[in-house]
Design a protein around this ligand. Structure first.
Ligand code: PAF
Length: 282
């Protein structure tokens, strides 16, 4: 596996290895890699001639300086996992390399996709994601790019990004990878205290239990989820929303949940956990 730390090295490495119309599978990450990332890597490896990944903690998508400071970083462990998953080129730039002083970046406007849920709670987050993923897409020019559905709203934003950039990259959403106890895998899980880690699967248990109410009005489903989470003293609900899976606009309280997506954010101590579930037909 080749490790590139500059844009120039990356461009040259891709140009050298991509010749002859080879397909490129790309997985952008912020490192602290786990089996959720590995499931994306496996697909990128299996479905493309070249597999490229990036490891970059993007400061401009954090709206909370403590979150940025505490974000787990271990490039040595990341490198080992990428190598084991058959990565051809890993891009691991510094902040200065990605955002040179005085350099210009392309900005995008995701309209209503970025003003709801994660966009409303984390102002500027999706603008920052758009800038970095746009930059990476221009460098890598991937045939396919892989994103986990744990960040469901991010997938919608990235699809819109590709549309606005006018590039042919296919966005491949990948199902949420969960631990055996049901907790959605996340780099942030490593920051949970043992007591909070043991209780955290209750979030997904609650979402799964709420599927029974799919045919009921959204208000009933919300009441159910809100009261279950409130019953756990270790958890603080930031929001639970039921929204259309394409537009991400919230479904009126009197309409049934079925066909829509439930989105939850729960704090456990200083760790923010997110998850989502689809209310399919019963
Ligand atoms: O999902 C992530 O890890 C990040 O938001 C991404 C897509 C790598 C952009 O920094």
């Amino acid at each position: 596996m080749l490790i590139c730390t500059t844009k120039k090295e990356l461009r040259e490495a891709i140009a050298a290895q991509k010749s002859g119309g080879k397909s490129v599978g790309f997985v952008p990450t912020m490192g602290a890699l786990h089996q959720g990332h590995a499931s994306l890597f496996k697909r990128a490896r299996a479905e493309n001639d070249l597999f490229v990944a990036s490891v970059f903690v993007n400061p401009i998508q954090f709206n909370n300086p403590d979150d940025l400071k505490n974000y787990p970083r271990d490039f040595e462990a990341d490198r080992r996992l990428l190598e084991a998953e058959g990565c051809d080129i890993a891009f691991h730039p510094s902040v200065e390399e990605m955002y040179p002083e005085g350099g210009k970046v392309e900005r995008y406007n995701f309209g209503s996709l970025e003003t709801v849920m994660e966009g409303a709670q984390r102002p500027g987050h999706f603008a920052g994601v758009g800038v970095v993923v746009g930059l990476l897409f221009r460098l890598v020019e991937p045939t396919r790019a892989y994103f986990g559905e744990k960040d469901f709203q991010q997938v919608a934003v990235i699809k819109e990004l590709v549309r606005q950039m006018g590039i042919p990259t296919q966005i491949v959403p990948c199902p949420i990878k969960r631990g055996e106890d049901g907790l959605a895998l996340s780099s942030r899980n490593a920051l949970l205290t043992p007591e909070n880690r043991a209780k955290a699967p209750f979030i997904y248990e609650t979402l799964k239990a709420s599927l029974e109410l799919a045919s009921r009005p959204c208000r009933e489903v919300k009441d159910f989820v809100e009261s279950r989470i409130a019953s756990c003293p270790l958890m603080k609900l930031e929001y639970f929303e039921i929204a259309d899976p394409d537009s991400l606009q919230s479904v009126p309280d009197d309409k049934p949940a079925v066909g829509n997506q439930g989105f939850i954010v729960v704090w456990m101590g200083s760790v923010r956990l997110i998850d989502n579930i689809h209310y399919g037909a019963l």
